[in-house]
Design a protein around this ligand. Structure first.
Ligand SMILES: Cc1cc2nc3c(=O)[nH]c(=O)nc-3n(C[C@H](O)[C@H](O)[C@H](O)COP(=O)(O)OP(=O)(O)OC[C@H]3O[C@@H](n4cnc5c(N)ncnc54)[C@H](O)[C@@H]3O)c2cc1C
Length: 418
């Protein structure tokens, strides 16, 4: 077996879709893949989020562009789920419209694997991963052992550990307020019980998740304050569009050199963009949905401290780390992944980095909580310091990087050879 894919969400499907688009599907499948996923293949967590997409509907469908009519994914073009999503091509669709399309996409991948003599789909959870010098052994919940050259770990994310007591800036942290702190996931993910909301709410962070929570809290909360450290980043198609909107940006650091977009990765889009525009009181916006406190000076620090002290509920939107299964070496020593402020650390090729700083080419990890740092290959604005994430990237640039990795050889010493 060439590879075990742990998880079957949008990230795991990326290299398969990238392979189909590059005419390398047979190369990939002929190496042998076992895809281990206990739930539906395709939509992952996006099937459960109560919010709209941060991308337009069109980019979700670009994976079907340019394929020959006989390509396996081409048959998806005229399905009802695809047509429904296509109706939202130029707007931000509810994720409940995106998920059925991704489920159809997943079904094609599942059928491809099931039909290939060297591939299989295992409808179970991964319980553990053993890292040996010459490969990996993935053990499933039922005790089945799958031996492979490498494993792709795309099992989604979980809230960054310690989020409930995290420091925001020096002099401002959540520790004294930990009993009323929730992670943004608790409000967005329908699999989690919805926390009670009343009175004054504070949201910490300036991301898509943070503004999605503002939207979800608005009907219940009496007052919402958003505490953020750096200036709010809004996405625009071009510098001219940003200027026309009165949005201040850095013409070099905030503009993607690859496609000229302003805040291509870090910028808020869709509803989050509109809410943040209103909070910033940009021209033509309605009432501000939240009070903004950007913690840049002592007065703002004091205002933020007061808001936290008076809040009935605090929502931390500081992101995710990878939800990795336990990983150990053959002698039982655990392999503990390094986690930084933006999630689990992986190299630009997706090699998992452990707490000692060693990168493991046999353990490829990416997806929610373990995005690749932007590089020349994936572009992005130079000021963006977080991780590159999103379904389009998994299916195109990041999927291509992981595909190239998989189609390389790994020696017993873990070095990669073309
Ligand atoms: C609130 C929010 C909104 C987002 N909105 C968008 C958006 O609009 N557009 C966009 O492009 N991106 C969006 N993203 C970013 C990203 O595309 C999604 O998070 C996406 O779901 C990540 O895919 P994934 O495969 O990494 O993880 P997931 O979607 O979480 O999928 C992980 C899969 O692994 C499986 N799994 C988990 N544990 C195991 C195990 N032990 N063994 C085997 N399988 C396991 C799960 O069942 C699941 O199917 C959003 C992220 C968040 C947090």
């Amino acid at each position: 077996m060439g590879f075990v894919f742990c998880g079957g969400g949008p990230a795991a499907l990326g290299p398969v879709i990238a392979a189909a688009r590059k005419g390398r599907l047979d190369d990939l499948l002929d190496r042998g893949i076992a895809l281990v996923e206990p739930g539906p293949i395709g939509p992952g967590g996006l099937a459960h989020y109560r919010i709209s997409a941060n991308s337009l509907g069109g980019p979700f469908l670009e994976c079907l562009d340019g394929l020959s009519d006989s390509a396996p994914f081409a048959a998806l073009r005229d399905l009802p789920e695809t047509r429904r999503l296509r109706a939202h091509s130029d707007e931000h669709p509810p994720l409940s419209v995106v998920a059925p399309f991704l489920t159809r996409l997943g079904a094609v991948v599942s059928d491809l694997l099931a039909a290939h003599p060297r591939c299989t789909v295992v409808p179970e959870a991964v319980a553990a991963i053993e890292l040996a010098d010459d490969g990996v052994v993935v053990t499933t919940g039922s005790g089945r052992e799958l031996t492979a050259e490498r494993t792709v770990i795309a099992t989604g994310g979980r809230p960054l550990s310690g989020f409930g007591t995290a420091g925001i800036v020096p002099g401002l942290d959540l520790l004294p307020h930990r009993d009323k702190v929730w992670h943004s996931e608790s409000f967005i993910d329908a699999r989690k019980p919805l926390p009670p909301v009343r009175g004054k709410a504070v949201v910490v962070g300036g991301s898509h998740s943070a503004w999605s929570v503002v939207h979800l809290l608005a009907p219940e909360a009496d007052e919402i304050t958003v505490i953020h450290r750096s200036g709010l980043r809004l996405f625009y198609n071009s510098p001219d569009e940003a200027r026309a909107d009165g949005y201040p940006f850095d013409p070099v650091l905030d503009v993607c050199p690859t496609n000229g977009r302003v805040n291509r990765y870090g910028g808020l889009r869709g509803r989050a963009h509109e809410l943040a525009r209103a909070a910033l009181r940009l021209p033509g916006t309605g009432p501000a949905p939240a009070r903004l406190v950007q913690v840049t000076d002592p007065a703002a620090l004091e205002a933020a401290q007061r808001a936290l002290a008076e809040a009935d509920v605090i929502v931390m939107a500081n992101g995710f780390e990878a939800n990795l299964p336990p990983i150990h070496r053959t002698d039982g020593t655990p392999v503990s992944a390094a986690v930084g402020p933006t999630g689990t650390v992986v190299t630009a090729q997706g090699h998992l980095v452990d707490v000692h700083g060693t990168a493991h080419p046999r353990l490829l990890a990416y997806g929610l909580g373990a995005g690749l740092a932007p590089s020349a290959e994936v572009g992005g604005e130079p000021s963006y310091t977080r991780r590159a994430d999103g379904v389009w990237l998994y299916q195109h640039d990041i999927g291509g990087i992981v595909l190239d990795e998989l189609l390389h050889n790994v020696t017993t010493t873990g070095e990669i050879h073309a």
